[in-house]
Design a binder for this molecule. Structure first.
Ligand code: SAM
Length: 349
């Protein structure tokens, strides 16, 4: 087995490692190896995307959810969650405000809420694409049938985010109720890609029971899927879930995984997530410096922000959309990067 520096060189060159090599590298990482990795990650990111940071306007349009993921604050059985839904008009208002602030991608994210039928989603997608033909529309509304995904795509949706959460079936079943399976989640991802969506997957870092073996399997799964986007962030406990007393994921390991992802998938769109900004004041800046190239400021109306609580202490729940946008611009400029005002599509490098 080579040492960690040699394995980082190998990942850069070959864009893949064996399962054993990933496990060794993750298990034996050091601050020096991490710096070495981040430098390479930045070099690759600069070669493909320059110093641009893409912004995605996130509209959290419903916190109703039929599922009971053990980690999630908006799980169906959390009776303390204060539920809300946005109307089509409210969603369009968010887009209007976002467009004025320079957003050219809107992300509609929500719990799995059957109130919004496929017909309703098609109507909302059509209205957004008619109103903003120069913008990309991303959906993040969970597991659906292939037919539903096809209808959303045909209506004009461009991208879909669905984290695989963990590639290991046994680990998946410890984070989810029996009604949800890794198999179906992964089926959804391959369907989305085949249909033609720019597809995003991802996982939580430091979720309960997670091992280095699981993380290695996540890397191998992502290599097989070859997604356009990968969203990763630390697991953060929510007080009204079965995982209330579990430990949160670390900034350090999340950054290391971002660096590995940049080397394995040089062209990927990698967000520096709100969860990263929640566990460290400069978490999102550090994510960018580890190889990420996307940030997702919140465009949801201020009165519902505190209700979309997937985990405790979520940041930016009291700010106006304009404040979030300006704050991120300052943060990115502060580390020598600039916010891009364009759709920020995947570049096949
Ligand atoms: N319902 C859609 C789905 O299932 O993909 C989208 C919304 S879901 C709440 C978005 C993501 O939030 C999940 O993929 C999960 O990784 C993340 N998430 C949920 N609870 C979390 C927690 N406690 N800590 C960190 N991330 C969490």
């Amino acid at each position: 087995m080579q040492n960690t520096f040699e394995l980082i060189d190998k990942l850069e060159k070959e864009r893949i490692l064996s399962r054993e090599e990933f496990i060794f590298l993750i298990r034996n990482r050091t601050p020096e190896a991490a710096e070495y990795l981040f430098e390479k990650a930045r070099k690759i990111r600069h070669a493909v995307y320059g110093k641009k940071v893409y912004i995605r306007g996130l509209v959290e349009f419903t916190n109703y959810c039929k599922n009971n993921c053990l980690y999630c604050g908006i799980r169906a059985s959390n009776k303390n969650a204060d539920r809300y839904r946005l109307s089509k008009e409210q969603i369009l208002d968010c887009c209007e405000q976002g467009y004025g602030l320079g957003f050219r991608t809107f992300v509609l994210q929500g719990g799995e809420d059957n109130f919004y039928t496929d017909d309703m989603m098609v109507d909302i997608i059509t209205a957004i694409k008619q109103g903003y033909p120069d913008c990309a529309l991303t959906l993040s509304i969970g597991e659906k049938s292939r037919e539903s995904y096809q209808r959303f795509f045909d209506a004009g949706a461009d991208r879909y985010l669905l984290r695989h959460e963990t590639a290991d079936h046994g680990h998946y079943s410890r984070l989810h109720p029996p009604s949800l399976t890794a198999e179906n989640r992964q089926r959804c991802l391959f369907d989305l890609k085949e249909i033609g969506f720019q597809t995003g997957s991802g996982f939580m870092v430091g979720s309960p029971y997670q091992t280095e073996e699981n993380l290695a399997d996540d890397m191998l799964f992502l290599h097989k899927l070859q997604p356009h986007m990968v969203g990763i962030g630390p697991f953060i406990p929510h007080h009204d879930t079965p995982f209330a007393n579990e430990k949160q994921g670390t900034l350090e390991l999340t950054l290391f995984m971002i660096g590995l992802l940049r080397l394995m998938l040089p062209s990927a769109l990698l967000p520096s997530t709100t969860a990263l900004g929640t566990i460290a004041p400069d978490g999102r800046e550090k994510g960018i410096l580890a190889g990420a190239n996307v940030v997702m400021p919140n465009l949801s109306p201020r009165d519902v922000r505190k209700k979309y609580l997937l985990y405790d202490n979520k940041i930016c729940t009291g700010d106006e959309a304009a404040e979030c946008r300006m704050c991120l611009e300052r943060r990115m400029n502060g580390i020598g990067y600039e916010i891009a005002v364009d759709r920020g599509d995947f570049i096949n490098a």
